[in-house]
Design a protein around this ligand. Structure first.
Ligand SMILES: C[S@@+](CC[C@H](N)C(=O)[O-])C[C@H]1O[C@@H](n2cnc3c(N)ncnc32)[C@H](O)[C@@H]1O
Length: 246
């Protein structure tokens, strides 16, 4: 863990972690209706995915399955993977016995054959990984030619904005203090500068077809007037990309 992080009170007894088993219920509850998930990341990912009817989609780091469910409702054939058993249990409860859910970690080879999917979605997952090269190679392998990888990842400018004293240009681990539905959680995440993000996708053989910094979804201002001051307010938090496999 980077020496950059000094925990504040309420987090001092915590070790930074990316293991969602420790706070699965609290995170899932937060994700359901939060500004950053329900009114920002999730609608933006679904918007980028567009018409998914009949498409085979891998939802990596699917968590409790909110994106899986939305894609399935739109007619996609969805498979979800996550390393957290507890998140998968919540996803199972939401999605039912028939849902294709498996335990898998992006740091390991994916348990699927080549060309198995038309799209993969990685929403708020890649910033848990130190090294993106093997995971991106795996995602490319399981995508059919022309398939899309649709990504939401921490926006690196946001990190610099809130941590002006830290080294923007170095890829490094840091502790992020979060409160999920009342539970304090110290997350371990990886900051990478913009050039490292784009280079990783290009070096993995993807073509960058969309880079997006969308506003929050309609209704965000009414629901979160303190954070979203006007109906057309936008903010920087996540960076959204669509990558095409050759
Ligand atoms: C912020 S949550 C996002 C959940 C879901 N994608 C969404 O947007 O609602 C991050 C998820 O990534 C998973 N995750 C963390 N490290 C991972 C890894 N190495 N490989 C795959 N998934 C991982 C976590 O278990 C968690 O469910």
């Amino acid at each position: 863990m980077s020496a950059d992080h000094q925990t504040s009170s309420g987090f001092a007894d915590q070790t930074p972690t990316g293991d969602y088993d420790a706070f699965a219920e609290a995170y899932a509850a937060e994700n359901e209706s939060s500004l950053l998930n329900a009114y920002y990341a999730r609608p933006a990912i679904l918007d980028l995915a567009g018409d998914v009817a009949g498409r085979r989609i891998l939802d990596v780091g699917c968590g409790a399955g909110p994106i899986f469910e939305e894609l399935r409702d739109r007619g996609a054939i969805v498979t979800g993977v996550d390393p957290s058993i507890k998140m998968l249990e919540l996803a199972r409860r939401r999605l039912g016995e028939d849902a294709a859910l498996q335990q898998a970690d992006l740091n390991d080879p994916l348990p699927f054959p080549d060309n198995a999917f038309d799209d993969a979605v990685a929403c708020l997952v890649l910033h848990y990984l130190e090294d993106w090269s093997a995971p991106l190679a795996e995602l490319r392998r399981v995508l059919a030619p022309g398939g899309r990888l649709i990504v939401a990842v921490n926006h690196p400018f946001n990190y610099k904005f809130f941590n002006p004293e830290r080294d923007y240009f170095a890829t490094h681990e840091y502790g992020l203090e979060c409160n999920f539905n009342g539970q304090n959680v110290l997350l371990s995440q990886w900051h990478r500068p913009l050039h490292a993000i784009t280079s990783a996708f290009i070096e993995a053989g993807f073509r960058i077809t969309v880079v997006s910094e969308p506003p929050p979804a309609p209704g965000a201002h009414e629901r979160f007037p303190d954070e979203v001051k006007t109906p057309d307010s936008a903010f920087l938090c996540f960076l959204f990309l669509v990558l095409e496999a050759p």
